[in-house]
Design a protein around this ligand. Structure first.
Ligand SMILES: Cc1cc2nc3c(=O)[nH]c(=O)nc-3n(C[C@H](O)[C@H](O)[C@H](O)COP(=O)(O)OP(=O)(O)OC[C@H]3O[C@@H](n4cnc5c(N)ncnc54)[C@H](O)[C@@H]3O)c2cc1C
Length: 414
């Protein structure tokens, strides 16, 4: 493309902001549009983990047997708003079909290519910007109640090993030394080096967006109602504040991307995996790195004096209000792990993970409109994979070819 051309990026979560910045650095004129402003969506409240090791999707072989029991227990991290089930089926059926060994490897490979160097990608994105202060590099720790529980997770660790994730098993003392605030709680752990975390994902994304503006980027607060096509080519986007001309349009509106894609005639089975956080503000616990509590399937991350406990998968769509049961479950679990936790107040939050049936994002142009680019569907890993997605999109839009097989992320595969 001619770099003087104008690209509109819809959605200022971590994926959209990363894309806008990499395009800007490539010399492209960019307008970033968000209906509420940067980090208004899921990029605000996630667990902050640059989770290169998280290449194993939720749909592991054996899920089909376990899921029904999980749905009926208030102590399991899987919830369903039953009235939503009919709407969920176009996603759920192909999603559950991927719970087999061949798909597990295929998905893990796609995720690994996107996530393996996440800490470096964040450094490249944030270095020299005000966002850099929120970025920490280091370990990611998985903890298990017993070594037997770790053995039950062997398949996941075999897959990680296969795709080059480094890790080191720790015994009870090793875990206690690594995380003194959890001393004696877990018999077994696995330390994954070369990871990182973001100490405040919302502030980080906003700081990156602010940097984009300071470098001459145009940030617009407006809802994009439609992407206007003429003869199969996008010419701009409709907003209540008027029409914005564009030579390229990038759709990075997270879980809401599905609405605009539908207007272009594409039915993408994108679903929200609703997730929650409970944040203990002023917590007297300070974890040295993010910790995944595998038995409870939630992550605990210390963020500048706050302890954020995040997790849960709830299917219930984009419009239903937050449920109480997931929040109460996280609180119970957190209090079990940190029984003496002192804090000033609790903040609660729900967000929408944009999830596809094959747990891989859509990154690339749509066949129906070749100057409309998808950058959504990062499910549990949008913070981890956002910068790389932005870099790939900027390369493709400016006529370069990323040196990776992009077919697993094809925008037209559904
Ligand atoms: C509990 C929880 C914990 C998580 N923990 C992690 C983690 O530790 N590590 C990790 O990598 N990932 C994590 N994730 C996932 C991660 O947060 C998401 O994958 C990521 O934030 C998605 O980013 P996004 O930019 O695609 O979407 P969002 O951040 O949701 O951004 C989409 C933006 O689009 C805007 N928008 C929507 N529609 C329109 C429209 N029509 N016009 C204009 N603007 C519009 C919204 O306002 C929003 O700002 C977690 C998620 C949850 C829920």
């Amino acid at each position: 493309m001619n770099k003087a051309e104008h690209t509109v990026v819809i959605g200022a979560g971590i994926v959209g902001v990363s894309t806008a910045l990499w395009l800007q650095r490539a010399g492209v004129k960019v307008t970033l549009i968000d209906r509420e402003g940067p980090a208004a969506g899921t990029s605000y409240g996630n667990a902050g983990i640059l989770a290169a090791a998280a290449i194993v999707p939720v749909t592991v072989p054996g899920l089909l047997k376990k899921a029904p029991g999980m749905l009926f227990s208030p102590n399991e991290p899987l919830f369903l708003r039953w009235s939503y089930l009919p709407k969920l089926l176009p996603f759920l059926i192909p999603y559950l079909r991927t719970a087999n060994h061949a798909d597990l490897e295929r998905i893990a490979g796609g995720l690994a290519n996107m996530m393996h160097d996440t800490a470096d990608q964040h450094l490249a994105l944030a270095k020299g910007t005000p966002a850099e202060e929120f970025l920490a590099t280091g370990d990611y720790l998985f903890v298990y109640d017993t070594e037997k529980d770790f053995r039950k997770d062997q398949l996941a660790w075999d897959i990680r090993e296969k795709f080059g994730i480094e890790f080191e098993p720790l015994d009870k003392d090793g875990v206690s030394n690594h995380q003194p605030d959890m001393a004696g709680k877990f018999d077994f752990g696995v330390r994954c080096p070369n990871h990182g975390h973001i100490k405040d994902p919302g502030a980080y994304t906003k700081a990156l967006a602010q940097h984009f503006v300071e470098q001459g980027g145009n940030l617009m607060i407006a809802t994009v109602d439609d992407i206007k096509l003429e003869n199969g080519v996008a010419i701009g986007v409709e907003t209540p504040d008027g029409f914005v001309d564009a030579d390229n349009v990038v759709l990075t509106a997270g879980a809401w991307s599905v609405h605009l894609a539908k207007k272009l005639g594409m039915r993408i089975p994108l679903e929200s995996e609703r997730g929650y956080h409970v944040e203990f503000v002023g917590a007297d616990v300070n974890l040295t790195c993010p910790v995944m509590i595998t038995s409870k399937k939630f992550a605990a991350t210390s963020m500048n004096g706050r302890l954020r406990c995040a997790g849960i998968v709830e299917f219930g769509g984009l419009n239903a209000p937050p449920s109480r049961a997931p929040i109460e479950l996280i609180k119970r679990n957190a209090k079990e792990i940190f029984p003496n936790l002192q804090y000033e107040r609790i903040d609660e939050w729900m967000g929408h993970r944009p999830s596809t049936p094959d747990s891989l994002p859509l990154v690339g142009a749509f066949a129906k409109a070749k100057n409309v680019w998808a950058g959504f569907g990062h499910q549990h890993l949008g913070l981890t994979g956002g910068p790389k997605t932005g870099r790939w999109l900027a390369q493709m839009i400016t006529g370069e070819t990323p040196n990776v097989d992009m077919s697993p992320y094809s925008a037209d595969r559904f």
